[in-house]
Design a protein around this ligand. Structure first.
Ligand code: AMP
Length: 412
């Protein structure tokens, strides 16, 4: 029996999201989520797509990731898709931080695990959870190739001029301080899909990708390679996000310590959880913000304007970085759904060859599509992102290429 299935796992500190795909047609067989792991009120939601079955929900304590994965496997097994199936070719893990070292998806061995662990100081919230997910999956299927797909990998092609902060080089190197970027799987998928939409090879096109979800980041992609992105050492830098501030004068932090008497943890929480759209107007959901704007709410209007202003700055900056731009593309929850955001971000940029057709922009669709007028010099597009499909594709390609050959890494 040929092994053509890939399980994609996205392990957070208290949740596991998963998708099982069949790589023959890249179709989804099952999707689901275990939430509140470690609490009394854990919940599992499982949808067996291949059988057209109904979503099944179960509640009750799931003490740890091992119990969570066993519960997932039991759900999959009900439809003959369990983790022990010989048709499972590999497990692909989303790993947030791969530092400078991991420039490609990588088959996981002990050295790779140790390196992901070594990167915990630069990703204290994410890498430990990702490691737990990997170790648990390894324990359940020790014979199966497990692949790490890094959020940072796509950005490792950034030139040093974009990746370095202008601070003392020795201090930066000692603490591995540089701009790594995140959402790389999405930027890779969407930039390639945009080239496809334009009917051109990725090597031929220059694209500005705007990944606008609860977290948000922009990237400049030249000929399929990332040359600049808005997130930095952590996912805090760059655009205004749902709850994160994005760009900020670092002296704000000194001021909050010296004058405001705040602790580092308090400032961390302020900038990551109580800033962005939430900090500005109390809501982080763009649907709610638009509803309030339409009702004449001034705070929501200002939050929206600040969000758009920052976005425009990045579009202009990345236009200048790329020199020639073939497409500006919107993706993720806000980018795919919020027509007013797309309209406002592109407004008044005709001199850059950018325009949005109001009718095309108003269309709601799950398909990749152009929203610029037919005679536009630069295409404006909406391309739904699919990070799980990208992780599965990269995992399957690597396992197919390397079956039995062990790990592959590119050195620092
Ligand atoms: P993501 O992180 O990509 O899942 O995006 C989540 C965000 O997308 C939400 O917080 C909303 O702000 C936004 N969003 C989702 N659906 C819509 C919609 N129909 N209109 C506007 N914004 C939306």
């Amino acid at each position: 029996m040929s092994s053509t299935r890939v399980l994609v796992l996205n392990s957070g500190s208290s949740s596991v999201k998963y998708q099982l795909l069949d790589m023959r047609d890249r179709g989804r067989l099952a999707v689901g989520l275990v939430e509140r792991i470690g609490e009394e009120t854990s919940r599992l939601r499982h949808t067996p797509l291949h059988s057209g079955g109904e979503t099944r929900e179960s509640a009750g304590p799931v003490p740890d990731h091992e119990a969570a994965l066993k519960a997932v496997s039991a759900e999959l097994a009900k439809d003959g898709l369990g983790l022990d199936s010989p048709e499972l070719a590999a497990i692909g893990h989303r790993v947030v931080h791969g530092g400078k070292r991991f420039t490609e998806p990588t088959v996981i061995d002990d050295t790779v695990l140790a390196e992901i662990e070594r990167l915990i100081p630069v990703a204290p919230l994410h890498n430990p959870a990702n490691l737990t997910g990997i170790r648990t999956a390894q324990a359940l299927r020790p014979d199966l190739p497990q692949v790490a797909v890094f959020d940072t990998a796509f950005h490792t092609t950034m030139p040093e001029s974009a990746a370095r902060y202008a601070i003392d080089v020795r201090t930066a190197d000692e603490h591995r301080i540089r701009r790594y970027g995140f959402h790389g799987t999405s930027h890779a998928y969407v930039s390639r899909a945009t080239a496809e939409l334009l009917g051109r090879a990725p090597e031929e096109v220059n694209v500005i990708v705007l990944h606008l979800g609860n977290g948000a980041s922009a990237s400049a992609v030249r000929g399929g390679k990332c040359v600049e992105t808005s997130m930095g050492l952590t996912p805090l830098e760059g655009l205004v996000m749902g709850t994160r501030s994005g760009d900020l004068d670092p002296a704000v932090i000194f001021h909050l310590v010296r004058v405001g008497g705040m602790s580092m943890d308090e400032i961390d929480t302020l900038l990551n959880k109580r800033s962005g759209l939430t900090g500005l107007c109390g809501d982080n959901d763009m649907r709610e913000i638009r509803r309030r704007v339409d009702e004449g709410d001034e705070r929501a209007r200002l939050a929206f304007d600040i969000y758009i202003h920052r976005l425009k700055k990045y579009i202009g900056a990345y236009y200048a970085v790329l020199g020639r731009v073939d497409a500006v593309v919107f993706t993720a929850g806000v980018g795919e759904n919020a027509a007013p955001v797309r309209e406002a971000a592109i407004a008044d940029l005709e001199t850059l060859g950018l325009a949005v057709d109001a009718e095309l922009n108003a269309v709601r669709s799950d398909e990749a599509r152009l929203i610029s007028p037919a005679d536009s010099r630069v295409a404006v597009a909406v391309v739904p992102t699919d990070e799980e499909l990208e992780i599965a594709t990269q995992t399957y390609a690597l396992v197919g290429r390397d079956r039995g050959a062990g790990s592959e890494r590119v050195g620092e």
